[in-house]
Design a protein around this ligand. Structure first.
Ligand code: DON
Length: 563
């Protein structure tokens, strides 16, 4: 009897041990055919409904993008711009640049005072911060090239949402209340948003519904040449801005070849300039590829060191070499070549941090001839898109055109107003990203698609200014190196280094104190305070059985909808 008792006890202990050592994995929403993940459930739902109606990922991109302009005015927009990377079911890849442009009247020193100093807030707040918006041009170009459904079927549910209104979440109420003073500072009319907001209030957008109805009736040109263009230009001028009807009429989105590179058995497809995302991601991943990250462990001392050092070197190159490719020549092939990146890491040691003061851009001979939201969609046919779109700061320039119903961007701050002076993300730029009429400002947006062994594997991206690139990087590594589910990969604590300032930003209360001490002992400065959120990643992973797993970042109100 006693013997049986001991055997049972042993079996129980073994069983408990096994259970305790098993990693409990947290999966996001899993669906069989198609999925949309975005910053708001209303937008994901409109995208998924479009797919159900027989639309493809490109139709759903247009619907989701415009639904974000309604449900997430913090970053979703008609008055901003963005980038899209796609992979069709037949494996064809491409990218679209609908980034804002500097107005024709912009000048290199427009944000400097007489003594050549940057005038605070001039490039971030109010009418002079606005770049010529690209979103409507981009969405209509996508629909024209790849769309399946009539534009009416895509726009009508968005217009209905604007009329019915959107319920305010707790996060949104907090943000709207936080920015009241700035709204008042730059707008001189009675703004829709002036009031103390509470969770579960509803905001209706009749003016935006009217604008969208006109766009539905008259097409893309309504925004760039029609009544909407005229109202917009008049409004901007009344507020001291310089964008003209000519600026809007000349705006064109551009199809661009994405940056593609391999990492182990993955092929990564990401955005090319004027976004720095693809090149920086390629540089960082190629620099860390020779190291065995999975052996070091997720967020371990060694993994953080290797990643930080690669990030430091890539951001130094970003600052010097990258800008609008229509204005500056970028040595892309050299920047992402194995030989160059190997030499970039040759002075790295696990013993001691490389101070940023001793790291400059690498040596390459240039031959003469530069608040955001992300959504991912995979459709039932196997097409994938990855879209990041922005007004830049929260609610952009804070200038809200009441007659048209949308905020205008403050994207001009992404230019380098003066070499060596940091912008709102602390990024330092050089001549390649200086202001010129009709030039696109350098971006960090990194909409990315990943293939594994030739098949679609992931669509991923995030907002977060300069932290976008490193957040996308860590999410891919979390799945590939550290075997996380999509949801775990998105939720895991993140860190970030961007060359200057020479500091590792870490999400507060997420990293072990001893680990931070160890990093400091090796010469790294760690800051857990200034950046409470590093990215807000949304992504979709193709599982082994071909089902789709959504990763909607728990840091926001993000939501996956699929079927
Ligand atoms: O294009 C860029 O890199 C920036 N305008 C992105 C801004 C952003 O992500 C703000 N969101 N947190």
């Amino acid at each position: 009897m006693k013997k049986i008792f001991y055997i049972l006890l042993l079996a129980f202990i073994c069983f408990s041990c096994k259970k305790n050592t098993e990693t409990i994995s947290k999966r996001g929403l899993v669906s069989n055919k198609a999925m949309v993940v975005s910053a708001r459930v209303e937008a994901s739902q409109i995208g998924a409904d479009i797919l159900k109606k027989g639309g493809n990922a490109f139709d759903a991109m247009v619907g989701t993008g415009l639904a974000l302009a309604v449900s997430y005015p913090f970053a979703g927009n008609l008055g901003g711009g963005g980038f899209m990377v796609y992979r069709q079911s037949n494996g064809t890849v491409g990218g679209l640049d609908y980034r804002e442009k500097a107005p024709l009247a912009a000048t290199k020193n427009m944000y400097l005072d007489e003594s050549g100093e940057v005038i605070p807030k001039k490039s971030t707040l109010g009418s002079l911060a606005i770049g010529v918006p690209g979103s409507i041009a981009g969405l209509f170009d996508v629909h024209e090239k790849f769309g399946n459904l009539p534009i009416k079927d895509i726009l009508e549910p968005v217009i209905a949402l604007a009329k019915k209104g959107v319920v305010v979440t707790k996060n949104q109420a907090k943000r709207l209340n936080h920015y009241q003073d700035q709204f008042r500072l730059v707008n001189n009319d009675s703004l829709l948003f002036y009031k103390v907001w509470k969770e579960n209030d509803t905001i209706k957008y009749p003016a935006l519904a009217n604008t969208l109805e006109r766009i539905l009736k008259n097409g893309r040109d309504e925004f760039y040449k029609g009544e909407t263009a005229k109202i917009l230009v008049k409004f901007i001028h009344e507020h001291g801005g310089i964008i003209t009807e000519d600026d809007l009429a000349k705006y064109q989105a551009k199809w661009r070849k994405p940056i593609t590179f391999s990492y182990d058995d993955l092929k990564v497809i990401s955005m090319s300039p004027p976004s720095s995302g693809g090149i920086c991601l390629a540089q960082i991943m190629k620099m860390i590829e020779p190291y065995n990250l999975s052996e070091y462990g997720h967020n371990s001392l060694k993994a953080i060191q290797v990643i930080t050092e690669a990030e430091r070197r890539a951001y130094a190159d970003r600052s010097y070499y990258l800008g609008d490719p229509d204005f500056v020549s970028i040595p892309t092939d050299q920047l992402i070549s194995d030989a160059y990146l190997k030499s970039r890491m040759s002075d790295f040691s696990f013993d001691k941090a490389t101070p940023s003061s001793s790291v400059s851009h690498g040596n390459i001979e240039v031959v003469e001839s530069n608040e955001t939201t992300h959504y991912s969609i995979i459709d039932q046919l196997g097409n994938a898109i990855s879209v990041t779109t922005t007004l830049n700061g929260a609610y952009g320039s804070k200038l809200y055109c009441s007659e048209l119903g949308f905020f205008l961007n403050n994207e001009m701050d992404d230019f380098s107003s003066k070499p060596g002076v940091p912008n709102m993300f602390g990024l330092i730029g050089a001549e390649a990203n200086s202001i010129a009429p009709e030039k696109r400002m350098l971006s960090s947006m990194t909409p990315t698609i990943v293939e594994k062994n030739g098949d679609l594997f992931m669509s991923v991206g995030t907002p977060g200014g300069s932290t976008i690139i490193t957040s996308v990087l860590q999410t891919i590594l979390n799945v590939h190196e550290f075997n996380m589910t999509m949801q775990e990969a998105v939720d895991a604590p993140r860190f970030h280094h961007q060359w200057l300032p020479d500091v590792i930003q870490m999400e507060p209360h997420s990293f072990d104190k001893n680990l931070i001490k160890e990093l400091e002992n090796r010469g790294y400065s760690v800051n857990e305070k200034d950046s409470p959120v590093i990215g807000k990643v949304d992504g979709i992973l193709v599982l082994n059985d071909k089902r789709l797993e959504g990763g909607a970042d728990h840091r926001g109100d993000d939501a996956a909808v699929g079927f």
